[in-house]
Write a protein that binds this ligand. Structure first.
Ligand code: MLC
Ligand code: AMP
Length: 498
């Protein structure tokens, strides 16, 4: 048996060859057969660039059907796919290239730097040296033989120390999670997924697309999320997946309601907390109870509210079939039902470790194989999980993780700044908004000056949306900055936009 995830997709692509797979508004649809042919061509092109099974391919390109073919081509060839957020600056990308040591870097345009790594391009319109190579290379017909435990992808997640860690995901991790989700969410033969998420994170790349590939169904494939267009496409869709910002932006439209959702059977939310307020407002407006699930790059999906049973607002549901979840106290002992602790998970979905970081990997796993998520939660007697906060210092803005340490390190290089604490506070659009609390060296420091210091060094979504000046930062007896006190104090900073 071939453990290559692509082998499962290949069977569905063949079986549904004549049916649409990627529905592309304004352009010709790609059938399953066409996607299969494009994946083989991409695999052939990768081989032509010298990529072999086990090699990493770092990809930082705009969302396009050609990028989907590139991802599938990597799998087919047995290479390891390493997606990067398109918002990352060249300075940020440099780190990933050094760390991943890829055989090929596929990017939107030729980078202005000494290429230490072979480069190919793939632009937003599907042009570039990679598709050119794919058009002329001999397609790869064979699906590379892979062990299920072999690496399929490395997904970078930032670390609380500021250094990004590559979560190593195997074919087995991806396959087991995809199968479980299709089952849990009752994927139907006639389902049409509305896909507006980016495809450089696990949510859009694996959770959403794999449900389609594993069932031979189709998706309306949008380049990004724009509320009006999205609402329009719901009429031809049955399922969608989004971050909570999708739902708050839909609700902000007075013309959005039951009529737009008449064809829909399921709205799924994840990557950030869905507030009870949004859950109830969405139900009142559309009649749909959003199904919230919980996961992360390292573990793929862990828990889900039920398809048929009660979906409880503010909870992320129970552990998925085959996944074990438990709540542990600071001492590492499992706590009783209802008590808050760190959520730990174990199962075929859980990654094998961080790329070339055995020390970090060992720190995050318990001796019995449970992975420490860094999320604080409680579980009721039925196993239903409610996330209440995070043990890790991370802000989640519009579904993107921002690690304060990374932002603080650069702001503190500013001569005008004595010290800073970067926090996340409630934001009506992004759920949490990044705020820099700054102790100025002399005169107050403005947002402009901070933006100037961060320009080109940090992705825009990580940059503070507000800067607040304080004479001192609150500290505890140990000298540690009390971010909770700051979060409380500035909790209403973005209120005026509500
Ligand atoms: C964009 N901007 C953001 C932002 N997204 N700022 C903070 N947080 C964000 N998430 C900024 C841009 O830098 C720009 O700033 C301005 O907002 C407008 O940019 P845009 O590109 O027009 O934004 P928009 O398309 O409206 O994007 C918002 C969004 C997008 C919510 C649609 O962020 C998004 O698609 N988020 C999904 C993230 C996701 O897929 N997460 C899954 C991670 S996996 P300026 O100032 O330059 O104009 C995971 C595991 C799991 O978490 O469980 O799923
Ligand atoms: P990432 O590292 O980008 O994969 O983000 C994973 C993190 O997103 C998790 O550790 C959680 O903190 C958060 N997350 C994902 N889904 C949910 C959810 N439904 N509710 C609350 N937080 C979530």
């Amino acid at each position: 048996m071939n453990g290559n995830l692509y082998a499962s997709f290949d069977a569905r692509f063949l079986a549904h060859a004549g049916e649409p797979c990627l529905r592309l508004p304004g352009a010709k649809d790609w059938s399953h057969g066409e996607l299969r042919a494009r994946a083989s061509a991409a695999a052939g092109a990768l081989a032509g660039f010298g990529v072999r099974a086990g090699d990493r391919v770092v990809v930082q390109v705009a969302k396009s059907p050609e990028c989907v073919a590139l991802y599938l081509g990597c799998l087919k060839l047995g290479a390891v796919y390493v997606p990067l957020n398109t918002a990352y600056t060249p300075r940020e990308v440099e780190y990933f290239l050094t760390d991943a040591e890829p055989a090929l870097f596929v990017c939107g345009e030729e980078p202005h730097r000494d290429a230490k790594v072979p480069v190919a391009t793939l632009d937003a319109a599907g042009g570039g040296t990679f598709p050119e190579a794919a058009a002329s290379a001999a397609p790869l017909d064979e699906v590379a033989q892979r062990d299920a435990e072999d690496l399929a992808a490395i997904v970078y997640t930032s670390g609380t120390t500021g250094r990004s860690k590559g979560a190593m995901l195997s074919h087995a991790n991806l396959a087991s999670n995809a199968e479980t989700l299709c089952e849990t969410w009752g994927w139907r033969d006639d389902d049409v997924l509305l896909h507006a998420l980016p495809i450089f994170h696990v949510h859009g790349l694996f959770v959403a697309m794999h449900c389609v590939f594993l069932t031979g169904t189709s998706m309306i494939f949008l380049p990004g999320f724009e509320a009006e267009a999205f609402a329009g496409h719901l009429a031809r869709s049955t399922v969608t997946m989004g971050v909570p910002t999708f739902y708050t932006r839909l609700l902000a439209r007075a013309d959005f309601g039951r009529e737009a959702c008449a064809n829909m059977r399921l709205f799924i939310s994840g990557s950030a907390p869905l507030t009870e307020q949004t859950f109830h407002a969405f139900e009142a407006r559309t009649g749909h109870r959003i199904l919230e699930r919980y996961g992360m790059s390292e573990t793929l999906m862990n828990t889900s509210n039920p398809l048929d049973g009660e979906r409880v607002a503010g909870t992320v549901g129970c552990a998925l079939p085959g996944v074990e979840a438990r709540i542990s106290g600071a001492d590492g002992e499992v706590v009783e039902a209802g008590a808050v602790g760190e959520i730990e998970v174990r199962g075929p979905n859980v990654f094998s470790g961080y790329w070339r970081m055995p020390g970090k990997t060992a720190e995050e796993f318990r001796p019995d194989g449970f992975f420490r998520t860094g999320d604080m939660a409680f579980m009721d007697a039925e196993g239903r999980v409610t996330i209440v906060g995070r043990a890790k210092d991370v802000v989640i803005s519009g579904g993107y993780n921002v690690y304060p340490k990374e932002v603080e390190d650069i702001i503190e290089e500013m001569p005008a700044v004595a010290e800073t604490a970067v926090i996340g506070v409630p934001h009506p659009d992004f759920g949490e908004g990044v705020v820099a609390v700054v102790v100025p060296a002399a005169q107050d420091v403005g947002l402009d000056a901070v933006e100037e210091a961060l320009r080109g060094r940090l992705a825009r979504f990580k940059q503070p949306k507000r800067v607040v000046n304080l004479e001192t930062l609150p500290r505890n007896a140990m000298g540690k900055v009390q971010k909770n006190a700051l979060r409380e104090r500035f909790a209403r900073l973005f209120d005026e936009h509500a």
